[in-house]
Design a protein around this ligand. Structure first.
Ligand code: SAM
Length: 286
């Protein structure tokens, strides 16, 4: 079945009374070489978690390459179509659910116990960052995470902490692994075509994290607070994010770390964020 053929896609959508739902970011891939390259990027995995299989174009390629595929789709209307398009893919389990609500540790417990697990997804644009933050904050030992996202977001993911343009998501990525921009994908390779171009980023997760903060929850809270107001200094952003701690304390912490008093969040490295979050953690514990 050629799910990159627009006529086939239109026929399936008509048979199953489907329309591409904007609210779920449904832009289906139609370029076979892009689909194959994304599927290849999980090399070494035993199980692949796909977020948002859509009509199953990437799912079929994953099924041909990996032992087990778990595909999590929010739109229950797509399930009958997926049953049809994945009929011959016996190693695929489709789960109807919202990735933001799903207990991924429970869903993948057996897979993590028995082998390597990677994520592969053409992500819905409306919710890219929350999904990535959930995967990165989950502490689940994924081998790699490959995502197709808007080109601008991909650039931010791969920017590296401490670089201009970096954001909370950049720091979260750099904390858990190394991101590599694989290739860009023009908007005409989708049906329907989105307004912007896309790019594929592969994050290879560290087995042993090079930087280990005292408390991971405080680390992520520190990172998020640091980018709350991008135009403000780090001290101002942090005092908004952690309103229970007096502002002078943040000025002290910044000085203690040997950083400039007017520094902004985008200039800090992962190690500096970890050191800062350790000071905040100690202060909260007082
Ligand atoms: N993988 C297909 C492809 O490449 O053609 C479809 C990708 S489309 C950009 C995004 C898919 O994610 C859609 O099928 C959409 O219904 C699904 N989706 C959107 N939000 C979701 C969520 N919160 N949890 C799971 N799936 C979601």
């Amino acid at each position: 079945m050629d799910l990159c053929n627009i006529k086939t896609v239109r026929d399936i959508m008509s048979i199953f009374h489907l329309t591409a739902k904007k609210e779920y970011g449904q832009n289906f891939l139609t370029d076979p070489s892009v689909v194959a390259d994304i599927a290849d990027s999980a090399y070494g995995a035993d199980t692949v978690l796909e977020i948002g299989p859509g009509l199953g174009v990437l799912t079929r390629e994953l099924s041909a390459r990996y032992k087990t595929v778990k595909a999590l789709e929010i739109d229950e209307k797509l399930l009958p179509a997926l049953k049809y398009t994945l009929n011959d893919c016996k190693n695929v389990t489709v789960i109807n659910g919202d990735v933001m609500k799903e207990d991924l540790a429970a869903l993948l417990a057996d897979d993590f116990a028995n082998g390597k697990v990677s994520v592969c997804a053409n992500l819905p644009y409306y919710i890219t960052s929350p999904i990535l933050m959930k995967l990165l904050e989950s502490e689940l030992p994924f081998d790699s995470i490959t995502v197709m996202v808007q080109k601008e977001v991909a650039e931010r993911l791969a920017a590296g902490a401490g670089e201009k343009d970096c954001g909370a998501i950049t720091v979260a990525v750099a904390y858990r692994g190394e991101a590599e921009m694989l290739f860009t994908v023009p908007s005409d390779r989708f049906f329907p075509a989105p307004k912007v171009d896309s790019a594929v980023v592969r994050i290879k997760l560290y087995r042993e994290k090079p930087v280990v903060p005292r408390d991971e929850e405080t680390f992520f809270a520190t990172v998020r607070a640091s980018f709350l107001q991008r135009r403000k200094t780090l001290v101002n952003s942090l005092s908004t994010g952690f309103s229970q701690i007096p502002k002078e304390k943040f000025a002290e912490f910044i000085e203690q770390l040997g950083l400039r008093p007017d520094i902004r969040g985008e200039r800090l490295t992962v190690a500096e964020f970890a050191a800062l979050s350790d000071l905040i953690y100690a202060e909260k514990a007082k």
